[in-house]
Design a protein around this ligand. Sequence first.
Ligand SMILES: Cc1cc2nc3c(=O)[nH]c(=O)nc-3n(C[C@H](O)[C@H](O)[C@H](O)COP(=O)(O)O)c2cc1C
Length: 205
Amino acid sequence: MEKILILNGSPRAPRSNSKRYGALFDRAWGGESETMDLLRADPGAVAERLETVSRVLLVFPLYADAVPVPVLRTFQALEERPPKNRPTLSVLVNCGFLEPEQCDVAVDMAALFCKQMGWPMGSVLEIGSGEAILDSPFRFLAAWKIKALARAVAADRPRRLKAAMPVSKAFFLKASTRYWLAYGARHGVTGEEMATMEIEGQRPS
Ligand SMILES: Cc1cc2nc3c(=O)[nH]c(=O)nc-3n(C[C@H](O)[C@H](O)[C@H](O)COP(=O)(O)O)c2cc1C
């Protein structure tokens, strides 16, 4: 199978959920692959690698209903100095909220990038409850859809896939609130403090 370039667009790349999703994809892909972290990679090095592949998988988290900064910076750099090659770009995006549809705008941003660059848009997998699903009993649902994504990418048969934990919104909200309150408590931060705009004693200007 042809080599695929996996680009991790998470701002916390080395410890990210995107890294875990990328690794699951890599296992399902089975062929040759190379992974680059957009957080640290020089855009010139990314552009160089893009000349050598016909397929790219962009894995990233949803940040503020959009693509995160490492992805935005890479898009801008590639638009300024477009590679000669035009690989097919597939997308695996995960978000914290339950609904995979939260990722639609970010996927549209990737599709617009493809349109402007003249790259074919490939397959898409949107994962809701992306912070939680891999450590839940529903991990198999994410892994199953990632396998379907790998098959669609390999066959150059674009598909639009979604995955999420099959629980009600009320249950998810209750469980995630409990999780984040306990997480904050472990780091000496209360629920009230989390609800302010303050970050480590400073307010954003
Ligand atoms: C600054 C910030 C903004 C976020 N914005 C959203 C959002 O708009 N919608 C959402 O569903 N999740 C949002 N999330 C949750 C992340 O998408 C989620 O935690 C994801 O699993 C992180 O993936 P990563 O570990 O690959 O970075 C946000 C997280 C952070 C830290």
